[in-house]
Design a protein around this ligand. Structure first.
Ligand SMILES: Cc1cc2nc3c(=O)[nH]c(=O)nc-3n(C[C@H](O)[C@H](O)[C@H](O)COP(=O)(O)OP(=O)(O)OC[C@H]3O[C@@H](n4cnc5c(N)ncnc54)[C@H](O)[C@@H]3O)c2cc1C
Length: 430
């Protein structure tokens, strides 16, 4: 008798179980001839959560996560780092639990091509990965050159700090070494962009740092918009804690920037030029490059999806979650990305097993710190509306910090923010 290969033996063994009691109950994962393969691209809030939850919902699925970074630095709490309230190590998360405790294949590489027709992806390092379903969560990229004078090279001198890591450190160091009485300008883009309250929490924590270390300094926000997230609560907090130190200028009053001059550290607007000692320029954004290259984006630059399953409407078998996706009423936030990832993980498992995914419920909670013991929050619950074919927020669910909240309330919100971060990051990378 010729020697049997491992694969042939496996097939025979599974076949022999087919008529047995074990076969009827379903063979253990390791004995399956065909294990389903799920590929997850991006190990941030959406991707790492999706990989972990696919495996939780069905441990027999072979899950591969591709992410170039060995340590992922979160944007949430990066404003706290720049404001001197946290260190970089506090916002860095590795992948050892995902690898060793949750048994996900983690490849530190960059996906450079997705072949939707053949269900394969290629990495920069030369690997080709076959999948049955892919979940793509590449986050955002910047529209370099959308504003004259601001490109990727300029971001070394004038950081965006809207992807955490080296950019966070550059801006933190610039703030710390700014001359006494200097001016820092934060430029906030038009909607939609990652983390709608992000620039305003940043202004708050810059002011919090400067009040203690550089009390004559000024924080000027040049905004392309006419209004912003949690505006009343932020402006009330700024007035109370920082007086005139923080100034916000809407687009119609000189906030819209037409040109960046890195050599002279000036931002040109229709109302004249503003000079600063430190500039934080947050450019307009679109979905991460791999989503655009793979044809997952429409003319908006973001990814249209079936909002019940997060499957791309442009390419079958590929789901898109997180900031890159057009997810109805949901904002581009880390909590929203993780909520979408769980719904998508369940939908993917259901689809692979021939079941119809159930209509999803989703949530978002977002805390912003205005001062050391001064926090505010917004929470919302969402559902898929089959009449409108999209995700809508449920009226009356969720809420906002009340406008007349007292000191105890605001201090409790600041403490809840810390719990929020600890539990969310543990849920995703722990
Ligand atoms: C200053 C600031 C503060 C914020 N604060 C909060 C907050 O308090 N609460 C909150 O909920 N949200 C907050 N956010 C928003 C939050 O960071 C994002 O919404 C969240 O990161 C989106 O998750 P994601 O998975 O879409 O993208 P990301 O978390 O950015 O992950 C994308 C990952 O994909 C990887 N990737 C990209 N391309 C490829 C490729 N081709 N191959 C392999 N991997 C790839 C990237 O390396 C990256 O690690 C904040 C954002 C900012 C900027």
């Amino acid at each position: 008798m010729s020697k049997m290969t491992r694969r042939e033996f496996g097939k025979l063994f599974v076949a022999s179980l087919a008529g047995s009691a074990i076969g009827a109950l379903g063979a253990p994962a390791i004995l399956r001839a065909n294990t389903y393969r799920v590929l997850v691209i991006g190990g941030g809030f959406g991707g790492a959560a999706a990989a972990k939850y696919v495996k939780k919902f069905d441990p027999s699925i072979d899950v591969t996560l591709v992410e170039p970074k060995e340590i992922f630095y979160t944007c949430p709490f990066s404003n706290w780092v720049m404001g001197g309230l946290r260190e970089m190590k506090d916002i860095g998360h590795g992948y050892s639990a995902i690898k060793n405790e949750h048994h996900i294949n983690v490849i530190h590489d960059l996906v450079v091509e997705i072949d939707a027709a053949n269900k394969t992806a290629k990495t920069q390092g030369g690997k080709t990965i076959q999948y049955d379903r892919a979940i793509v969560s590449p986050g955002i990229d910047f529209k370099w050159d959308a504003v004259e004078g601001y490109d990727e090279a300029t971001s070394e001198k004038i950081p965006h700090a809207f992807q955490a890591g080296k950019q966070t450190e550059i801006l933190r160091d610039q703030l710390r070494s700014m001359k006494q009485g200097g001016t820092v300008i934060i430029h906030a883009p038009q909607n939609p962009f990652r983390c709608p309250p992000g620039p305003y929490e940043r202004a708050s924590l810059f002011a919090n740092y400067l009040k203690k270390n550089n009390p004559k300094a000024k924080v000027l926000i040049l905004d392309e918009k006419e209004k912003f997230s949690k505006q009343m609560l932020f402006q009330k907090g700024w007035q109370k804690l920082y007086g005139d130190m923080v100034e916000w200028r809407p687009g119609s009053a000189g906030g819209a920037v037409t040109r960046v001059d890195a050599a002279t550290m000036k931002l040109e607007t229709e109302f004249g030029a503003e000079k600063a000692d430190v500039i934080n320029f947050i450019p307009p954004q679109w979905a991460g490059k791999i989503a655009r290259d793979a044809g997952l984006t429409d003319e908006s630059g973001w990814c249209p999806i079936n909002q019940q399953t997060f499957e791309s409407t442009l390419h079958p078998n590929i789901h898109v979650v997180g900031d890159a996706a057009l997810a109805g009423a949901m904002p581009k936030s880390g909590f929203a990305a993780s909520s979408q990832a769980k719904v998508t993980a369940l939908a993917v498992v259901d689809i692979l097993h021939g079941r119809t995914p159930k209509p999803p419920s989703l949530a978002n909670t977002c805390y912003s710190l205005i001062g050391d013991k001064y926090g505010i929050s917004v929470a919302a619950v969402y559902k898929y509306d089959d009449k409108e074919n999209k995700i809508v927020s449920i009226k009356g669910a969720g809420g906002l910090t009340p406008n007349d909240a007292d000191e105890n309330f605001l201090s409790a919100e600041a403490a809840y923010a810390e719990g929020w971060y600890a539990s969310l990051s543990k849920d995703i990378w722990g």
